[in-house]
Write a protein that binds this ligand. Sequence first.
Ligand code: AMP
Length: 219
Amino acid sequence: MKNIIFIAPPAAGKGTQSTLVSEKYQIPHISTGDILREVMKEDSEIGEYVLETVTSGGLVKDEIMYTLIEKRLGEDDCKNGYILDGFPRNVEQAKKYDDILSRLGQELGYVIYLDIDEKLLAKRITGRRVCRDCGAIYNINVESESPQIESTCDVCGGDLYQRNDDNLESFQNRYQIYLEKTGPLIDYYDKKHVLYRIDGNKEIDVIFQEIVAVLEAHR
Ligand code: AMP
């Protein structure tokens, strides 16, 4: 399988779709948000910096991202393709990613862009809940994405929690940054003829089928 990058505004469902694609094609799902949420737990200067930046909805410094990404992509499980969820997030990072790919002898692959209405995002952001144990993602504001038992993971029975950046204030900041910094990536990858736009306003299963159709059609 070729490598896949997901581009989407916050809470559009890229984590959920990345997990589904990862299971179907047996390739790792690399979420920079998840990597940073681990770094945040460290009792160190960098841990504190990441916690502050992510909570406010800002972007973590590019240099830190390059180190984390190059280390992760150099691991053995990435040799047969991987899914990048959350990186690159601006054109600077995309250019650096091109360099990282050539150093690792990898190809760009597909860029999947989930296009979704802003109004729907605000609703999704306040309803998102994540399993503390297995990372499964739910949305209590969307009936088909709610857990069967309140605050409990359907998959493993773990506790569900709300990310500390999933509030409307942080969302406004993240969404503005998305439009300003991540938006130009759509053009950047379109010009390289690797961008596939998917309507992210539909149900999870329908979106997934559309992604699979794109991947299969361009293998
Ligand atoms: P996500 O889980 O993708 O929504 O990411 C959560 C937060 O992690 C973002 O709002 C940023 O603060 C930070 N983050 C994730 N990926 C990156 C990146 N590529 N560059 C800078 N900051 C990032």
